[in-house]
Design a protein around this ligand. Structure first.
Ligand SMILES: Cc1cc2nc3c(=O)[nH]c(=O)nc-3n(C[C@H](O)[C@H](O)[C@H](O)COP(=O)(O)O)c2cc1C
Length: 392
C-alpha cells in the first residue's frame, strides 16, 4: 500500500489498522520536521485525541477505545523535542472476539458505501477484512496526534483552527462570529455552535439512528489569523494542499472554499472581494475567495466547507455481492458504527488543516529565507540596506 505519508517538510506518516494483529495491535504516527526545544507531553496530545475518541455519547460508535497516546520517540531527557522525528502510538483495546467473528462472517461480501470492494480489487485476498483495516475511521488516530503537535507550533503564531458542524440533514447553523463559534462548538455532541440548531440536529440524528440508518452533514473549517503568503503555485497551492489533506479523510465527499459552488450563480461584481485599507494593511470586505487567491493565502481567514457522507455501515439489510463466488447476496445489519460522522470527523479535519498550515509555513519561510538571500546578493552592488521583510 502506498500513500501513507502527507506533507512536504512537516511530514506525517501513519500506520495501523482498526483491529490488526491480535491484542498488541495499534496505530502509530511518525512526524518529521518538528522543531527542537518544544515542551510536549502525552497529556497535551491526549486533549486533541479525546475529541475524536469513540464511545463518548449517543452519536458515537459504542466501541470503547481509550485512545491513550504514548510518545515513544523524539523527546529528550529534558522533556523537549530534540529535532528528531516524533513517534506516537495508540493501542487498540476494544477488539472483541464477537465483532471479529462478525467481520469474518461477511468478509467476502461487499459492504455498500465502504471500501471492501476496492481494497479486494487492489490487495486481493490478503486485504485486511477485519473492521475495514486502513479504511476504518480508526486510521485517523495518528493524524489527530500529529495535528495536536502541529497546533502547538501554530499557537506560537496565534493561528487557530476550528471545524464545526454547519449543517445536518437540512438543519443549518446560523451565521456566527469566529469567537462565538470557538466558544460554543464543543458544548454539544454534534459540535454545532448554534445551540438551538444543535438540539434539532441531534434529535434528527437520533430519529435516523432508531431506524437503523445514518446521517450526513457539512462541517465548516476556519483557519483564523493565518498569515498572507502561504501556498506554492502552481501545483502546491494552499487550497490544493488543504483539499488534498481533507479529501484524504474517509467519508469526505467534497470541499468548497469561500462562496464555493454558489459562485456558479454569481456575477463578477458580486463575487469579487473588494479590498480596503485597515491601519495600512490590505483587507477584503467579503471573503468569497475563502482566504486564498491564486493559491496563496490573502490574510483573511481560510474558510472551507466539507461535505461528509452518512456513515456507510447501517443496521438495514442491503443488496450485496459475494466477491469470492460472484453471486448476488443480501448483507445483514452489522456491528458497531457512528450514526453520523459529524460528532468525530471535525477533529480529523482540524488535524489535517493544522498539518497543512504548518507544512505551508515551513515551505514559505524556507523559500522566503532563500529569496531574501538572493536579493541581498543583487543589492550588495548598490546598497547595504536590508531587504524588505514580509509578513510582519
Ligand atoms: C472518525 C471517523 C469515523 C468513522 N466511523 C465509521 C463507522 O463507524 N462505520 C463506518 O462504516 N464508517 C466509518 N467511517 C467512514 C469510513 O472510514 C469511510 O466511509 C470508508 O473508509 C470509505 O471511504 P470513503 O467514504 O471515503 O469512500 C468513519 C470515518 C471517520 C473519519
Amino acid at each position: 500500500m502506498l500513500g501513507n505519508t502527507f506533507g512536504r517538510v512537516f511530514r506525517v506518516t501513519t500506520c495501523g489498522e482498526s483491529y490488526g494483529i491480535g491484542k498488541g495491535s495499534g496505530l502509530a504516527v511518525i512526524v518529521d520536521g518538528v522543531p527542537p526545544g518544544m515542551r510536549i507531553t502525552d497529556e497535551m496530545i491526549q486533549k486533541e485525541m479525546d475529541k475524536r475518541r469513540p464511545g463518548q455519547g449517543q452519536l458515537d460508535s459504542p466501541r470503547k477505545e481509550t485512545d491513550q497516546v504514548h510518545i515513544f520517540a523524539g523527546i529528550g531527557q529534558d522533556g523537549v523535542t530534540t529535532g528528531a522525528p516524533v513517534g506516537m502510538i495508540v493501542y487498540n483495546v476494544d477488539t472483541q472476539q464477537v465483532h471479529i467473528d462478525q467481520y469474518r462472517d461477511y468478509k467476502d461480501l461487499i459492504r455498500p458505501g465502504h471500501a471492501e470492494y476496492t481494497y479486494f480489487l487492489k490487495y486481493g485476498e490478503a486485504a485486511d477484512w477485519c473492521g475495514a483495516g486502513r479504511a476504518s475511521g480508526r486510521e485517523t488516530v495518528g493524524r489527530v496526534a500529529a495535528g495536536a503537535l502541529a497546533n502547538i507550533i501554530l499557537a506560537r503564531d496565534n493561528i487557530e483552527v476550528v471545524a464545526y458542524t454547519k449543517e445536518c440533514m437540512g438543519i443549518r447553523a446560523r451565521e456566527m462570529s469566529f469567537e462565538e463559534i470557538k466558544r460554543n462548538y464543543r458544548k454539544n455532541e454534534i459540535n454545532c455552535p448554534d445551540l438551538e440548531a444543535a438540539e434539532r440536529m441531534i434529535e434528527k440524528v437520533l430519529e435516523i439512528k432508531a431506524e437503523g440508518d445514518t446521517a450526513g452533514g457539512v462541517i465548516e473549517l476556519i483557519i483564523h489569523n493565518i498569515p498572507a503568503g502561504l501556498g506554492e503555485p502552481v501545483f502546491d497551492k494552499f487550497s490544493a494542499m488543504l483539499a488534498h489533506g481533507i479529501m484524504s479523510i474517509g467519508g469526505v465527499k467534497g470541499v468548497e472554499f469561500g462562496a464555493g459552488f454558489k459562485c456558479s450563480n454569481m456575477k463578477g461584481s458580486e463575487f469579487n472581494d473588494h479590498p480596503y485599507l485597515e491601519g495600512g494593511k490590505v483587507r477584503f470586505k467579503t471573503n468569497n475567495a475563502g482566504g486564498v487567491l491564486g493559491g496563496i493565502t490573502n490574510g483573511e481567514d481560510v474558510v472551507v466547507r466539507v461535505a461528509v457522507k452518512p456513515t456507510p455501515t447501517i443496521s438495514i439489510e442491503q443488496p450485496s455481492i459475494n466477491m469470492m463466488t460472484m453471486r448476488e447476496e443480501r448483507l445483514k445489519p452489522i456491528t458497531r458504527r457512528d450514526p453520523t460522522l459529524l460528532g468525530r470527523i471535525y477533529a480529523v479535519i482540524e488535524a489535517m488543516a493544522a498539518i497543512t498550515t504548518v507544512d505551508a509555513l515551513f515551505l514559505d519561510r524556507g523559500w522566503e529565507g532563500m529569496a531574501r538571500l538572493d536579493k541581498r546578493w543583487v543589492d550588495l552592488k548598490r546598497s547595504r540596506e536590508p531587504p524588505p521583510v514580509r509578513h510582519t
